[in-house]
Unconditional design. Sequence first.
Length: 383
Amino acid sequence: MEKFYLTTPIYYVNDVPHIGHAYTTILADVIKRYKQLRGLRVMFLTGTDEHGQKIERSAARQGLTPQQLADRMVAHFQKLWATLNIEYDAFIRTTDAVHVRGVQKIFSRVMEQGDIYRGEYAGHYCISCENFIPDSVEETADGKRACPDCGRLTDNRVSETCYFFRLSAYGDRLLKFYEENPEFVTPRSRMNEVVSFVKMGLRDLSVTRSTVKWGIPVPGDPQQTIYVWFDALSNYITAIDYLGEGERFHGLWPADLHIMAKDILKYHAVYWPAFLMAAGLPLPRKELIHGWWLKDEKKMSKSSGNVLDPHILLRHFSPDAIRYFLMREASIGADGNFSHEGFISRVNTDLTNDWANLVSRTTGMIEKYFAGEFSGAGLYTER
Ligand SMILES: [Zn+2]
């Protein structure tokens, strides 16, 4: 039986799940069900990303250990997925022992292979993204630099020893791979974005932190922890027993589909393939990039207080209505707009009028012409 291995990103536990998480996960669930109906053996993976300084700090503020905070948040995600009828096959947590040891394994392998080396970093650091800000970013008059990922200005400077991944050596190989696999990233516009990013040149990437305690220790150097993205991306292999690297792993890897929102495209389409090449592993077959959900045409954000909590919708509507709306309202790749009016009108027009009407007419005819019993159904044929 042909296999189909699909994944959502693992969700960061610094916040409760919002409509964006629900969208990605419902999309994955719908694709899973479709593939299953087509007779494929499907493996659907989701999970949670639990390490990093943000978790460390937010736990401290709440008087919890990072593990306690993570446990609490994971329960929110799992409960929501159960309510939304998400039928995932595995749930990976980056604090799972099998993940921790799997990440150390891939890290060691890349290091032995020569593409992770020890170096020095001095410069600006964005705590929010847990990213070093390159020197090429211009400094403001008061000594701040804008994080290229989130745009926040920071004057937070660090100087530390860390390990770097030789990303600069992978530009040509990545470009060759994209050229040979033009469908690797879909929609096409996102593939073009990735290609131009790589063509601008790649710098080596720092893959450890000495300042972050809540993370996976570097094998042989426990003063350092592994960079959250190196840790997080590896979940796609650790969840299927990369550690054992036996039948289960080889029967599922490479993944057939990684699904994600556009803001984490670079990590998945540039860093992840480069890490895999360095570890001597095959690359995922396809990455599907979707847009964001806007609320009344505005970007949702904590600061504007317009983040949509799926639990509020669930108080008034069935999970199926929510699943239907999210799948129907936005075309994959484009941003979707959520408005309460739009939601109600979809439910009334598509589900109540059209769909319910079709079902009621059909069952009515079965009663009228077939005495309420329908047997001998055959497969659909052209004539
Ligand atoms: Zn940032």
